[in-house]
Design a binder for this molecule. Structure first.
Ligand SMILES: Cc1cc2nc3c(=O)[nH]c(=O)nc-3n(C[C@H](O)[C@H](O)[C@H](O)COP(=O)(O)OP(=O)(O)OC[C@H]3O[C@@H](n4cnc5c(N)ncnc54)[C@H](O)[C@@H]3O)c2cc1C
Ligand code: SF4
Ligand code: SF4
Length: 945
């Protein structure tokens, strides 16, 4: 297709300044960091845009479309940027719909909802789940992908087998056409007067109707015969509609990849959540048996049927996922029970019986419990980014990633692919939705190597040709054509049908501004490959964005974990051009916990901050390091706290301290709303002189208590609770000399100072079997000392200490001593657990929950978003109070929803943040305090009896 030449204005900031004049300054960005972050999606490509618009209304969308059309500037809609084809990047304007992320309406009686395009699928399902519903199609990227992208890609997933793809679940769309007009795209009856009005109003629709009528035979001939297809425009669905007397407009727009119009909302059909679900893992000895078993297993009407081939199992690590060494392929089967009549146990027996006819390595592993089922899915869901860990150079490259063949021939396809890649000597993962015949093929290549590059090009052509010729399949099941498959759309459908696609595109987008280069283009798939990025460790999957609290509130890629990876590793990075974003990270480590590729974005940011330590923080932390003087100062503050902590005085202090505190960050302030912890007049170490061991003194106990700063200086009962709990377990801990673990110090870039304190701690904690902690951040920091001292003489000592660091909840869970607790109480207090990010990053997640569940006076409730950051993060609530309060808002709603009267946690910053955010709506306690209360109640009961 020869699209009109698109013009990019020469003045570098012209587009953004024009758009700012129309939309306002807050919604348009074109600084270095933003353009760098938006230059990538989850594909192999890179194209930097000229401006990014963060739309907040239909008016914003229409105004941006009109501007782009008038000026002939490419316009690319974007949601989460998780597509694997390069369809959410472009050289002109990126229109990000992430801030349009609400459920507008939910009709429970008729099972439908109206949703905006920026809502994340997982968030939508959480919302729907509360009413017993869910959205059927479930891309594996559901934790991070957003509705706009799912609609535009016609996404699907493992459960498409049962619920269909997105196209099968959409009733209506609000579409902004390139004219800037809005179209209510639904299935109109051809005799409906509204349909006639619509055809009168929109020439592209008249053209489309004519095109469909004139070419009905050709469209019928070219219809893909496989069960899934997202290649080209869905003229087949439209033709089906016309045959039934309906002009089914959603069929045109779903799967159109932003090339025909932009969505502001969708009306979607919902399905009821299954009453119960069974997940099974079946390990086959022989690949041929898989092909035979699939039709038999399909008789059980599974909701999902997934395959992973032998190479995939090797690449993700068999031992790690409990997969037998001799399995040639593994199937994952899921069966749902809807009505009361379905007996899942009987179904499980039938499945086992079917499977026994084949050569399995063992009986199927079957799970009913949600946690165990999640475990079985774990390898499959994290597969793609996990492949990123396989080799420092050879990376998973998506270029033949989404083919579809008849389901019964999938075994034959896998055999062909294994032979093909063995011939090329290329490691490859083959997995996918076997029930639909949809295979994901991910070879690992170093595209910077000429040999590997040629293998990629050869594989691209040979495999696509084979899928089309030998298997009569489709080159695209669900990921979209994007930039990667556009070269092959013509081959898939033939020139005549391709010409119809071109006519549709020209009719709906005569100026050619809507996502040019996508779906309809003659460009080779090798254009715009990001060779630099493909040698980096990040898979750009955006899993980290889904947990990044900053992204959660800003909904802008430049304020996100994935975006920050791009920015801080970019060749043009400088602290000066990126200070705004580098200083915005909370160092909560949620990204590190989530990343399946093993990337630690927070550490990269700390490295960058270490190049520019904050001067004001340096003054404060150096004073902090002079322990004696600092403590005198704190005690003085504690004495006068009743005066300075009054609301009026706090407001005055907020005002007076601003010029000084601004040295920490432009956003920093000591807000009067911040609920200050009570400072201790007698510090913890003063209160327990008998436990103090001085520097050089030999250990008296096998256990040291590393209390950290907060438990020592705050009068909040946490330190006392930890000591009391340890004593109940028969341990009289030592309180050795200690300095700040270093977390806040490193956060402000003072790595040398952090190391200074860490060296003191390494020496004083050396003689103990266990170093017990109460604070989440201290726990993680002490465990992370090996990274702090990487390659330095202290590393060995740091590793030794890291192994001995034990959080109090781990200590209690592991202790052989079981102190008496009161017997089960009739009235219980509802307690939820907020899982502090640093404790999660340290790997402690189950123990606090298990302990709380076992406390007699506690009714434990798992609150929504328990594993999300609350926004306190050390001193972040001083550094950027406004953002921290926007973050905690989500937590406040979650706690309210849970109905908890007490929120348990184990981080002092979280405790301050939760108290500030909750404003008394629920009590906040440390886990150790709840344990202590249970033991004390036990004591009281024993005394009474
Ligand atoms: C690890 C991983 C696993 C994946 N697994 C699956 C899977 O199982 N199944 C599957 O189908 N896909 C999968 N994908 C691909 C991808 O996640 C999906 O296609 C997803 O639906 C894209 O959504 P997004 O919000 O990221 O869209 P984006 O990447 O932002 O955009 C995708 C397309 O939608 C267009 N678009 C976005 N918003 C709008 C709008 N409002 N109006 C018009 N056009 C719009 C964009 O221009 C682009 O063409 C996976 C990706 C990853 C990284
Ligand atoms: S850092 Fe990890 S989670 Fe984030 S985008 Fe990269 S690979 Fe994905
Ligand atoms: S540490 Fe937290 S705030 Fe920083 S990038 Fe990671 S998730 Fe986002």
């Amino acid at each position: 297709m020869t699209a009109p030449t698109l013009i990019l204005p020469e003045r570098s900031h012209a587009i953004a300044s024009d758009l700012r004049a129309v939309l306002g300054v807050d919604k348009v960005k074109d600084d270095y960091s933003t353009l760098t972050a938006y230059a990538v999606d989850a594909s192999i490509y890179r194209i930097a845009p000229r401006a990014v618009v963060l739309v907040e209304s239909e008016g914003d969308i229409a105004a941006t479309v009109r501007y782009a059309v008038q000026r002939g500037i490419p316009l690319t809609p974007r949601a989460a940027g998780t597509n694997l084809t390069g369809s959410a990047i472009g050289s002109g304007i990126i229109l990000d719909v992430s801030r349009l992320n609400r459920v507008l309406e939910l009709n429970r009686e008729e099972s439908w909802a109206r949703v905006q395009p920026g809502i994340v699928l997982a968030e939508l399902n959480k919302h729907l789940g509360r009413h017993g519903f869910m959205f059927g199609p479930d891309p594996s990227s559901g934790d991070m992908c957003k509705f706009g992208g799912m609609l535009a890609n016609n996404s699907s997933g493992p459960h498409t087998l049962r619920y269909g793809a997105v196209k099968d679940n959409v009733e209506a769309l609000r579409v902004c056409l390139q004219s800037g007009e809005w179209l209510n795209a639904k299935a109109y009856g051809l005799d409906d007067p509204n349909c006639a009005d619509l055809l009168k109003a929109h020439k592209p629709l008249r053209d489309l109707q004519l095109l469909l009528q004139e070419n009905a035979t050709l469209i019928a001939q070219k219809r893909p015969t496989v069960s899934k297809n997202s290649c080209g425009y869905n003229l087949f669905g439209l033709a089906d509609g016309l045959a039934r007397g309906r002009f089914d407009l959603p069929k045109l727009f779903v799967g159109s990849e932003g090339t025909l119009g932009l969505f502001s909302e969708a009306t979607i059909r919902l399905v009821e959540k299954p009453r119960a679900t069974l997940t099974a893992l079946i390990h086959f000895h022989h690949l041929e048996d898989v092909g035979d078993a699939v039709p038999k297993l399909l008789e059980l009407s599974p909701s999902a049927l997934e395959v992973m081939d032998a190479n995939t199992l090797n690449l993700i690590g068999r031992a790690k996922h409990g997969i037998p060494a001799d399995a040639a392929a593994t199937l994952l089967v899921e069966l749902d029970a809807d009505g009361a009549g379905t007996d899942l146990c009987a179904q499980a027996d039938r499945m086992t019986e079917i499977c026994r006819r084949y050569r399995l390595t063992s009986d199927p592993v079957i799970a009913f419990d949600p946690e165990q089922r999640e475990q079985l899915w774990k390898a499959r869901k994290a597969l793609y980014p996990t492949l990123y860990r396989f080799d420092p150079k050879k990376k998973p490259i998506n270029f033949v990633d989404d083919v579809v063949v008849p389901a019964e021939r999938i075994g034959e396809l896998i055999r062909y692919l294994e032979e093909f890649f063995a011939g090329q000597r290329v490691p490859v993962a083959i997995f996918g939705h076997i029930g639909n015949g949809n295979a994901h093929i991910i070879p690992l290549l170093d595209v910077n190597d000429q040999d590997d590059f040629q293998k990629m090009v050869q594989g691209y052509h040979e495999i696509h040709q084979t899928v089309l010729g030998r298997f009569g399949g489709s080159i695209c099941g669900e990921h979209g054509d994007g930039r990667v498959r556009t070269e092959y759309v013509k081959t898939m459908f033939g020139q005549e049908l391709y010409d119809l696609f071109v006519r549709v595109k020209q009719s709906f987008d005569p100026s050619g501004v809507l996502n040019p280069g996508i779906k309809i283009s003659d460009r080779p798939f090798t254009d715009n490959i990001d060779y630099v990025r493909l040698s980096k460790p990040c898979a750009t999957c955006a899993k980290c964005n889904a947990v990044c609290p900053v992204y959660d509130v800003f909904q802008s890629e430049d304020m996100s974990s994935r975006g920050w990876f791009e920015i801080v590793t970019d060749k043009n990075y400088s602290y000066l051009n990126s200070k705004r974003v580098v200083e915005a990270c909370l160092n909560c480590k949620s990204c590190r916990t989530a990343c399946p590729a093993g990337v630690d974005v927070s550490q990269l940011i700390l490295d960058r901050r270490a190049e520019h330590p904050n001067k004001m923080a340096g003054v404060i932390f150096r004073f902090h390091a002079q322990t004696a003087n600092f403590e005198i100062f704190l005690k003085l503050l504690a004495r006068y706290q009743p005066i300075w902590d009054r609301p009026l005085v706090r407001r005055l202090l907020d005002y007076l301290t601003k010029p000084f505190i601004r040295g920490l960050a432009e956003t920093a302030r000591l807000s009067a709303q911040l609920v200050m912890p009570r400072l201790a007049r007698r510090h913890l170490r003063d209160r327990y002189p008998e436990l103090i061991t001085q520097a050089g003194q030999t250990a008296r106990s096998p256990v040291a208590y590393f209390h950290g700063c907060a438990a020592n200086y705050f009068d909040d009962g946490v330190g006392d609770a930890v000591i009391s709990v340890l004593r109940k377990h028969g341990v009289e801990p030592d309180l050795p000399t200690q300095r700040c673990s270093g977390t806040p110090i490193e956060t402000y870039g003072h790595r040398a100072l952090a190391k200074e304190g860490a060296r003191v701690n390494l020496v004083s904690m050396a003689g103990y079997d266990k170093v017990v902690t109460g604070c989440a951040s201290c726990t993680l920091m002490l465990k992370d000392y090996p990274t702090l001292f990487a390659g330095e003489p202290e590393q060995a000592a740091a590793q030794a200490l890291a192994k001995r660091v034990t959080h109090i909840s781990e200590f209690v869970a592991q202790s052989p001593v079981k102190p008496a607790m009161a017997s089960q109480q009739p009235t219980k207090c509802k307690v939820a657990y907020h899982s502090s990010c640093h404790l999660r990053a340290a790997g402690v997640t189950k123990e606090p929950r298990a302990i709380l569940q076992g406390l007699p006076g506690v009714e434990y409730v798992e609150m929504p978003d328990a594993d999300r950051c609350a926004g306190g993060a050390g001193t972040y609530l001083v550094k950027d109070f406004e953002t921290s309060q926007r973050i905690v808002e989500r937590k406040r709603r979650a706690i309210e929803q849970s109905g908890a009267k007490v929120v348990a946690t184990s981080c002092p910053a979280c405790m301050i943040q939760l108290r500030t955010g909750l404003q008394g709506a629920a009590e906040v306690k440390h886990v150790a305090q709840l344990i202590q209360e249970a033991y004390e109640a036990g004591d009281r009961q024993t005394r009474q009896t």
